[in-house]
Each structure stands twice: as structure tokens, then as C-alpha cells.
Ligand binder design. Structure first.
Ligand code: NDP
Ligand code: GDR
Length: 380
């Protein structure tokens, strides 16, 4: 008998990779997607099977973490062996603008899932994975951060996730449920949302080398993050639910890097060396040299606009956060030892994967524009 998984947040970065992983392991996967006025399933369209033609192994349900009845009905219908609660308003800066909604979806949403399982009498059957986050550590208490490091959240997002973390622990202890937190540090991929810092950088760098954008505007480029690849991190989610006992795990690489270094490496991968000059809000990124043979290798034909001395990066304080998380570096010892989990990607292979994908994306756009297929204007 195939195992049955229910994934909330199935249309997101991690939802897409996890669905692919579980289908490859023979699971039947049910995903919860939000109703939207435009298609929002781009990341999982390649996994979709037409229910008119086959008996699909991957099924989608409309739902929302703010709707208890909806979540309870879907859980009853699906009778999942495993629930992966990945849905969330996941953007830290946006959470300062939408604190109440973030608390409802990211905090109480987790409670709704746990209660659905409990009230339906599925506590013996259903294991729950909660998408916890390194943002819980917030203001640095100690480094590297492990399962025992105290939390000090620094945003409405992190405070909502703190509630979700502890309600998961509480349901495990109070009702004997298999409910585990994965405390995942930042993980990225070509599927990463466009407004998170890594994808913003790889998209902009690709556009700048192709001559489709002049300048990249950034916030705090001195923040340090422990970045991994989402493909490696969904493996850890799966492993956490395959354990004998329900426990919480830190998932991280153990290496931290400044945002400015991520920028420098991304441009260098694309054949452009950047120097930084000036201080804080006045700082700029300037092209110091261009490797034309690298541009040729990448099939970039429009290198002439890339002049030494050009400013391609400026600081825009609008991207500063009211309270910032300056330094994250995870200690993955427990997950290495107990789960046998180790990431396959390094920061360099992550950047290569993301920057190559964005380069291909915008080379396609450039070709379409050249052939006269510009953006459609529906209002003309
Ligand atoms: P994404 O932002 O890419 O995906 C979030 C998903 O949640 C999307 O499918 C989104 O739907 C859905 N969603 C948002 N609000 C609701 C709601 N109210 N009801 C139902 N679904 C909703 O995030 P990631 O894939 O990167 O992250 C997955 C989870 O892991 C999140 O909970 C995130 O907070 C957490 N996390 C992420 C880390 C990372 O570095 N990526 C690190 C640690 C934790 P739609 O597509 O319609 O917007
Ligand atoms: P983060 O990711 O807040 O760590 O949350 P993000 O990529 O948004 O920011 C990382 C760091 O980069 C700095 N930064 C900028 N960030 C963005 N988005 N845009 C900018 O222009 C910019 N300039 C500098 C930020 O200030 C920050 O220090 C992510 C999310 O996926 C969460 O859901 C998840 O829980 C954590 O990772 C772990």
C-alpha cells in the first residue's frame, strides 16, 4: 500500500521539491493550494496528471491555513499518514506590513492542523512535520545555533513561527502525537520566490549581463546567512518523519556567508568582477573587470554595455528591516548523526544552479523580444 502525504504550501518552493521527492518514493501526494485569480501552480505543473486520463498519484485541493473547517474536511477525506505543514506567509519583511495575517496563517494555522488531526482521532496514524525556521534565533544568543540555543525572534513572522514551534512541541507532549519541527536555515533554488535575496540577486545579475537591467538595489548586504539548496533540505523533512521517535532537528550547512559575498560570487560566475566602495547607504557595486571569454562561454552576446567603472549596485534603505537578523550559522551535528543527513550542494553549486537557470530564462526573453514577440498589452 502506498503511503499518503498531505502537503500544505504545495505551490511554494519547498512544496514543489517535496512533492517530486515523495512521488519518486511511491507516495500518493495530496496538496493544498490557495484559490487565486491567476494560475499559481507553475512550480508543480510538470507533476500534474490529468484526472480524466489516469488515476493520479498527485491530487490538489483548494484550501487555506486560516480556514479550520476546510483543513479538517481535507484531513478527514485524505486520511494522511504524513502531513508536511509548509504553508506560510514566508517573507520576513512583508510580515512587518501584515503582522496579524502572518500570526493567523503561520501561528494559528499550525494549531488548526494539529487540532484537525487530534479531533479526527488520527493521532496514532498521522505524523506531522512543522516548517520551523532559523529566524527563531533572531538576535544572536550564541553561535553556531543548535536545537538547544535559546530563541529571540525579531519579526512578526518569527514570532508567529515561535508559536507554531511550541504548539507542535506541546501537542507531542500532551497527546503523544508524532509532531516534529525541522528548524531549517535558509535554503534556495531556481524555484525560490523572486523577492528573497538570493533569487533577487541571481535574476538581477543575469539581466544586467544581458543588458536588460542597469542596476540592482539592495538593503543590508552585511547580513550573514547559512544558505543551502532546497533539494537537499526536503530530503531532511522526509527523514524527520521516518524516525522512530518524534524530535526536533536543525537543518543547516554550518557555513555562513555575507549577502555581499553572494552578490560578488554570482556576478563572478557570470564573468563580471565587482568591487564595493563607499559606506552603508552610500555604498555602491562597481564593475572592476569583465571576462569576455566567460561571456562567450555562456553565450552572452551583448557584453559591450558592461564597462569597467559602471555602477551596477546601489543601496536602497527601503529594504532595511525595522529589526534585522544579522547572523545565522547552524550546527547540523544532530541531523548529521541521527538522520544521516548531509547536504550534497555547496554555496558555489547553489549559485551555479540559480544563476544558470536565470540566465537561460532571460536569454529566452531576449530572443523572444528580438523576434518581435514582446510583452502582450491586453489593454490596447
Ligand atoms: P514559499 O513562500 O515559496 O511557499 C509558501 C507556500 O505557502 C505557498 O504555496 C503559498 O501559496 C502557501 N501559503 C501562503 N499562505 C497560505 C495560506 N494562508 N494558506 C495556505 N497556503 C498558504 O515558501 P518556502 O517553500 O520557501 O518555505 C516553505 C515553508 O518553510 C514556509 O513555512 C517557510 O516559512 C518555511 N521556511 C522556509 C525556509 C527557506 O529558506 N525557504 C527556511 C525555514 C523555514 P501561494 O503559492 O498561493 O502563495
Ligand atoms: P530571510 O530571507 O529574511 O533570511 O528569510 P531573505 O532572503 O528575504 O533575506 C536574507 C537577508 O538578506 C538581507 N537583504 C535583503 N533581503 C531581501 N529580501 N531583499 C533585499 O533587497 C535585501 N537586501 C539585503 C535581509 O535583510 C536579510 O538579512 C528567509 C525566508 O525564506 C523565511 O521564510 C525563512 O524562515 C528564513 O529564510 C530562514
Amino acid at each position: 500500500m502506498s503511503k499518503v502525504a498531505l502537503i500544505t504550501g504545495v505551490t511554494g518552493q519547498d512544496g514543489a521539491y517535496l512533492t517530486e521527492l515523495l512521488l519518486s518514493k511511491g507516495y500518493i501526494v495530496h496538496g493544498i493550494k490557495r484559490r487565486s485569480s491567476l494560475f499559481n501552480t507553475e512550480r508543480i505543473d510538470h507533476l500534474y496528471e490529468d484526472p480524466h486520463v489516469t488515476d493520479p498519484k498527485f491530487k490538489l485541493h483548494y484550501g487555506d491555513l486560516t480556514d479550520s473547517m476546510n483543513l479538517t474536511r481535507i484531513t478527514q477525506e485524505v486520511q494522511p499518514d504524513e502531513i508536511y505543514n509548509l504553508a506560510a506567509m514566508s517573507h520576513v519583511q512583508v510580515s512587518f506590513e501584515m503582522p496579524e495575517y502572518t500570526a493567523n496563517a503561520d501561528g494559528i494555522g499550525t494549531l488548526r492542523i494539529l487540532e484537525a488531526v487530534r479531533l479526527l482521532g488520527l493521532t496514532e496514524k498521522t505524523k506531522i512535520y512543522q516548517a520551523s525556521t532559523s529566524e527563531l534565533y533572531g538576535l544572536v544568543q550564541a553561535v553556531p545555533q543548535s536545537e538547544t540555543t535559546p530563541f529571540y525572534p525579531r519579526s512578526p513572522y518569527a514570532v508567529a513561527k515561535l508559536y507554531a514551534y511550541w504548539i507542535t512541541v506541546n501537542y507531542r507532549e500532551a497527546y503523544g502525537m508524532f509532531a516534529s519541527n525541522g528548524i531549517l536555515f535558509n535554503h534556495e533554488s531556481p524555484l525560490r520566490g523572486e523577492t528573497f535575496v538570493t533569487r533577487k540577486i541571481t535574476r538581477a545579475a543575469a539581466k544586467i549581463v544581458l543588458g536588460l537591467q542597469d542596476c540592482l538595489y539592495m538593503g543590508n548586504i552585511d547580513a550573514q546567512r547559512d544558505w543551502g539548496h532546497a533539494k537537499d533540505y526536503v530530503e531532511a523533512m522526509y527523514l524527520i518523519l521516518q524516525q522512530e521517535a518524534s524530535e526536533d532537528f536543525v537543518i543547516a550547512t554550518g557555513v555562513t556567508t555575507r549577502v555581499r559575498e553572494f552578490i560578488r560570487k554570482t556576478f563572478a560566475f557570470l564573468g563580471v568582477q565587482l568591487d564595493f566602495s563607499g559606506n552603508e547607504a552610500e555604498e555602491v557595486g562597481v564593475i572592476s573587470s569583465v571576462d569576455y571569454s566567460r561571456l562567450l562561454e555562456l553565450n552572452i552576446k551583448t557584453g559591450s554595455h558592461l564597462q569597467t567603472g559602471s555602477v551596477v549596485l546601489k543601496i536602497d534603505p527601503r529594504y532595511y528591516r525595522p529589526t534585522e537578523v544579522e547572523l545565522l550559522i547552524g550546527d547540523p551535528t544532530k541531523s548529521n548523526e541521527k538522520l544521516g543527513w548531509k547536504p550534497k550542494h555547496t554555496l558555489d553549486t547553489l549559485i551555479e544552479d540559480m544563476a544558470s537557470a536565470d540566465l537561460r530564462l532571460f536569454q529566452k526573453d531576449q530572443l523572444l523580444l528580438k523576434e518581435g514577440f514582446g510583452v502582450m498589452n491586453y489593454f490596447e
